[in-house]
Design a protein around this ligand. Structure first.
Ligand SMILES: NC(=O)c1ccc[n+]([C@@H]2O[C@H](COP(=O)([O-])OP(=O)(O)OC[C@H]3O[C@@H](n4cnc5c(N)ncnc54)[C@H](OP(=O)(O)O)[C@@H]3O)[C@@H](O)[C@H]2O)c1
Length: 115
């Protein structure tokens, strides 16, 4: 069975990707920085028949990444696909007016994730 971890999968493009891959029979590790939102999303997908494991994961936290690796390894010793989707477009700040903080808010979301 193909396994995929999707970060920021509790909503938006990440959730839709999880939904579609779940329908294809992939095992979906659904990353969410908020456990409540993640569980709600995972339950919806499971109700549609997907094999889904919710993984608490804030991609800006090294500790959370390490915890996610431990959790995934309890279920599988291999990850076929990583979709590092979590992020923000930065709220549409005009580039000419963006501050260093605005830019960090976008780039920090790339986080320390690595497998
Ligand atoms: N939609 C577009 O047209 C478009 C265009 C270009 C690029 N993108 C990129 O594609 C990705 C998904 O876009 P989207 O429209 O689906 O965005 P979205 O609806 O805002 O969803 C973003 C997801 O990322 C999560 N997230 C944000 N920061 C996080 C963090 N530090 N750790 C873990 N999860 C985090 C959010 O969690 P919460 O629910 O907790 O906030 C949410 O689940 C983003 O990276 C975005 O920049 C989107």
């Amino acid at each position: 069975m193909t396994s995929v971890l999707i970060t920021g999968a509790n909503k938006g493009l990440g959730y839709e990707t999880a939904r579609r891959l779940g329908k294809l029979g992939w095992r979906v590790f659904l990353g969410s920085r908020d456990e409540g939102r993640g569980r709600a999303a995972a339950q919806k997908l499971a109700a549609e028949g997907a094999q889904v494991v919710m993984v608490p994961l804030d991609v800006t936290s090294q500790e959370a990444v390490a915890g996610a690796v431990r959790l995934v390894r309890e279920h599988t010793d291999r990850m076929d696909v990583l979709i590092n989707n979590a992020g923000t477009a930065g709220g549409g700040v005009n580039p000419a007016k963006a501050t260093a903080e605005d830019i960090h808010a976008v780039y920090d979301r790339l986080g320390p994730i690595g497998w």
